[in-house]
Design a protein around this ligand. Structure first.
Ligand code: PLP
Length: 449
């Protein structure tokens, strides 16, 4: 479409007058007015086009406006736009079947929600009712959503303002070799110490009081820290020994992001409950859910499950999920994510680290990568302090602005930038993104010691 700055200005004016935005000081934000999107790109009303290295909020796993999914939503809208959750519907049954066939182990029942936070809320509710216990353990350096229990589980500063209502949540440290909370020097040591710390936490909290451990299989927003070999298997063993439900949150890591349908597959671990959202239908219509083990599902065979949502398994959302999963199969999107990670993104990002002193560590897999930016490679001092804002965060803001000048829309969180494009990004597009990052990192380099 032709640039139309006037139309963009009207969109912006109405937004500023009436839209109250997430996580923001309303008077200090300047949201970009977006005119359209397709595949890995979106564009504004001024004629600027951006390569999206954020996948929206890491959910457009098959890119924007995939014609088959758009068509499936249109077809469903023409046939049956909505219907209440208590009924059996073809499209809902099919979505549940396709998801259950792909989740690991015996996670064969699907409770549908409208997004990730509600999935986490319901997983915790199921775990509490199943065990008859109240407490839930989760990790620092995590994000689980913004509703009451989900935000309490979250291990980043977004939780602090909501800490007034305790939800019986206790935080522990998960492994992170590059910034080890255990002062470990090897991955094996980090794994052993992290498991020992979790054991100790459970012992002091009282094993018989703990309903669930909630973990992102690979923490997303918190920094894409792939767990050391053996860690998740160790957590699984601890849970089994104490009768604790293991909830793996795959809202961000699931549905192809890591080059497998679910990240748990990389570690050979089957949780009791798995939460998903985002990539399940590339975010075209809000949808999330909990995949439930046979044992936990059986708890609610004769006893009603005390939870529900008006739009649980909404037909438009389910139609989008069915079409997305079929597209991912037909176009081998999961295999492509693994391949682009191994052959282009991983090697390309590591090459950037060689050239740029501001890159402290490159970590990730598939279409799920983080660059940990530092002021000093020796000390690993982050490029900006933890939870910095304003002037203290200026080096990251300058880096972000440089990305945008180079046509790349970057994901930025604290001192990190994540390379999290659509899982079906082409090799040429991925290389274009790497080139833009290369140019922008010279700006970050200026802030190193
Ligand atoms: N869990 C994880 C791992 C997430 O990354 C997110 C969102 O970023 C959520 C839960 C919350 O999902 P939603 O924003 O759909 O409620």
């Amino acid at each position: 479409a032709e640039p139309d700055p006037q139309a963009g200005a009207a969109v912006k004016a109405a937004d500023r007058a009436h839209v109250f935005h997430s996580w923001s000081a309303q008077g200090l934000i300047d949201p970009l007015a977006v005119a359209g999107a397709e595949g890995s790109y979106f564009w504004d009303y001024e004629g600027n086009r951006y390569l999206d290295f954020t996948s929206g909020l890491v959910y457009t796993n098959i890119g924007y406006q995939h014609p088959r999914v758009v068509e499936a939503i249109q077809e469903q809208a023409g046939r049956l736009t909505t219907f209440a959750p208590a009924f059996a519907l073809d499209v809902r049954s099919e979505a549940a079947r396709l998801i259950a066939e792909r989740t690991p182990g015996d996670l064969d029942k699907i409770f549908f929600t409208n997004g990730g936070a509600e999935a986490v809320e319901n997983a915790v509710r199921m775990a509490r009712l199943h065990t008859g216990r109240a407490k839930v353990l989760s990790a620092y350096r995590s994000y689980h959503g913004a509703t009451s229990t989900a935000i309490n589980l979250t291990g980043d500063p977004r939780r602090w303002a909501s800490d007034t209502a305790s939800a019986g949540v206790v935080h522990f440290w998960a492994p992170f070799p590059y910034r080890s909370p255990f002062y470990s020097s090897t991955e094996a040591e980090e794994c052993a110490r992290a498991l020992r710390h979790l054991e100790d936490t459970i012992a002091y909290e009282g094993p018989a009081t703990v309903a669930a451990i909630v973990l992102e299989t690979i923490p997303g927003t918190a920094g894409i820290m792939t767990p050391p070999p053996g860690y998740l298997a160790g957590v699984r063993e601890i849970c089994d020994r104490h009768g604790i439900v293991l909830v793996l949150d795959e809202v961000m890591a699931g549905f192809g992001r890591t080059g497998r349908w679910f990240a748990a597959e990389h570690y050979g671990v089957v949780p009791d409950l798995l939460t998903f959202a985002k990539g399940v239908n590339s975010g075209y219509v809000p949808l999330g859910g909990v995949a439930i083990s046979a044992e936990i599902a059986a708890t609610f065979d004769k006893r009603p499950y005390p939870g529900g949502l008006t739009y649980s398994g909404h037909p438009l959302a389910c139609a989008a999920a069915v079409a997305t999963i079929r597209v991912m199969e037909d176009e081998k999107v999961v295999e492509h994510a693994a391949h682009i990670g191994e052959t282009v993104l991983g090697p390309g990002l590591r090459a950037l680290a060689e050239r740029h002193p501001s890159v402290g560590e490159v970590r990730g897999l598939g279409a799920f990568w983080a660059l940990d930016l530092v002021r000093d490679r020796e000390t690993r001092e982050p490029l900006v302090p933890y939870n910095a804002s304003g002037d203290a965060a200026a080096p990251m803001a300058a880096f972000g602005a440089a990305c945008k000048r180079n046509g790349l829309w970057p994901f930025i969180n604290m001192n990190r930038t994540h390379a999290v494009p659509a899982c079906n990004i082409t090799e040429a597009e991925a290389k274009e993104g790497l080139a833009a990052l290369d140019a922008a990192l010279t700006v970050a380099d200026q802030h190193t010691v």
